[in-house]
Structures are given as C-alpha cells and as structure tokens.
Design a protein around this ligand. Structure first.
Ligand code: MLT
Length: 266
C-alpha cells in the first residue's frame, strides 16, 4: 500500500495491532526483506514496514541526501499513520544508521531500538572512497553491477550452500533498486555522522543483533555499540551473514520477542 506524505508517495505495509514496530531496510534493499518479521510478529504487534525513498515502490526525491532525510521521512510516515506513542524502531545496516538518526532527532518517539547488522561509527577514509567508486559503478553500469558486487558479501556461506532460493531472492531485490536511489544512499552513508554519542546518551533499551558470519560488520562494531548503549543486549545469530532477518528469521524474531518481553511486554 502507499500513502501521500508531504505530497509524495510513500510505500509501506502495515499489519496487526499492539505495540508499534517499524522495520527499516538496508541498502540496496527494500521492505521485502522483512517478510518473515511481518508474518511472524504481527499477531501481537502493529508492524509497519516502509520503503525508503528511492527504494522499492517509494519514488526518489531530487536534492541532497543525508541519513537524517530518511529518518525524517519515517517520522512523517508515522505521523500520517497516526502513530503517536513511542515505537520500537528496528533497522538493518543502513536502516540502523537511519534508526540511530531517528533516535537522535525524535527520542520521545522511540520506545526501544533494535540495531541489526549495523554499526555506530562513520565511514573510514577508505570506506568513503569505496562509496565514490560505487557511485561511478551505479551510474555507468546500473543496479545489476552493484548487486553482483555486493551479493557475495551479503550472506553466510551456510546460506549460499543451503538456501538457493533465498540467494536468488536477495539478488532480485538488489537488482530492482533504482540507480538514483542507490546513488542517494551511497552519498548519505558516506557522509553519515558518528552515532556513538547518540548511543551513549540513549536511555531506551537497545537490542543489537549480529550475524556470526557477517562480512560487512565486525565483532568490534557490535561490541562498541554494546559498550556505548548502557541498557543494551547483544545477540549473535549463528549461520547468518549480513541479512539475519532473512537468513535466520526464527532466531531473529525470537531475539526481538524475548527482548520486548523482558523490557515491558509486547
Ligand atoms: C547495508 O546493508 O545497508 C549497507 O551494506 C551498509 C553499508 O554499506 O554501510
């Protein structure tokens, strides 16, 4: 479904009743990565799953791109959907950068944070150069070339060996990304701020979910977030790479359900 927010189309799915969960996808992905959470958690919760601008069915917007723009979009969407109570904000990778930005900008609207396969620190100088290189690849060769470059790093070796349909699905999702959306996200990620101080100041409970075989986020990244957020829990999921909610959906959903149960019930 979609809704007009500030005269713009915003695609999202929504299901269930109860405490509000918002699931923010990573790059270069879209809301389809959350299907198992959508199906598995909406019996007891209101699950809202947006496509960020330039991804899935949400159109690109002209102008400069910053991670805070995505966070503002999510706030606009939730406002338009009448979500007034603090929500549980779940972000995967780039979605985690957006979730931390959302916390920084709208702390009163955050009940708890779930940070999956992400990190608080900004890009290194080499990382920034990599973003610029990928902007050139996206511009010259399109989303397929970006997907080809990323796929080997997205999933655990166990997933490649045992779940060929999932591999195909992830590839298709990445190939369907729009070039302007990809370039906007690469610019935003390259220039994103350090969110460590946001976690240091955060009073809300934080669940950090890591994939044991994530090639894009290190164990140090996860430990640093755990150290920064005083009220945090770290769960590392075996046989999962960068896409834990898709690779190990039962373990991912269990980690979230258990976390919410401990921190006030869902
Ligand atoms: C993502 O999955 O969102 C990206 O890999 C994050 C990043 O490149 O920093």
């Amino acid at each position: 479904m979609d809704i007009q927010v500030m005269q713009r189309k915003f695609a999202y799915d929504e299901r269930g009743q109860g405490p509000t969960f918002v699931f923010i996808h990573g790059y270069p992905l879209n809301r389809m990565i959350w299907q198992a959470q959508w199906e598995g958690l909406s019996d007891h919760a209101r699950v809202i799953v947006p496509d960020l601008r330039g991804f899935g069915e949400t159109p690109m917007i002209d102008g400069a791109y910053e991670i805070s723009n995505y966070a503002d979009d999510v706030r606009e969407l939730l406002g338009a959907l009448g979500v007034t109570e603090p929500a549980i904000i779940v972000g995967l990778s780039m979605g985690g950068y957006v979730a931390m930005s959302y916390l920084r900008r709208y702390p009163e609207h955050v009940r708890a944070l779930v940070l999956a396969n992400t990190k608080a620190t900004p890009d290194s100088p080499e990382g920034k150069m990599g973003r610029d290189k990928n902007i050139g690849i996206a511009r010259d060769k399109g989303a397929t070339a970006i997907a080809e470059g990323m796929l080997p790093k997205m999933l655990a070796s166990a997933t490649f060996a045992t779940k060929p349909e999932l591999v195909t699905r992830v590839k298709q999702i990445m190939e369907s990304a729009s070039v302007p959306g990809i370039i906007g996200a690469l610019n935003a990620m390259r220039d994103r701020p350090d969110s460590t101080s946001t976690l240091l100041e955060c009073g809300q409970p934080v669940l950090i979910i890591a994939g044991a075989d994530d090639q894009l986020m290190t164990e140090t990244d996860q430990q640093n977030m755990k150290l920064a957020a005083r009220n945090s829990t770290l769960v590392t999921i075996p046989d999962a790479g960068h896409l834990t909610p898709m690779e190990q959906p039962a373990a991912f959903n269990h980690a979230i359900t258990e976390f919410i149960r401990v921190h006030g019930g869902a």
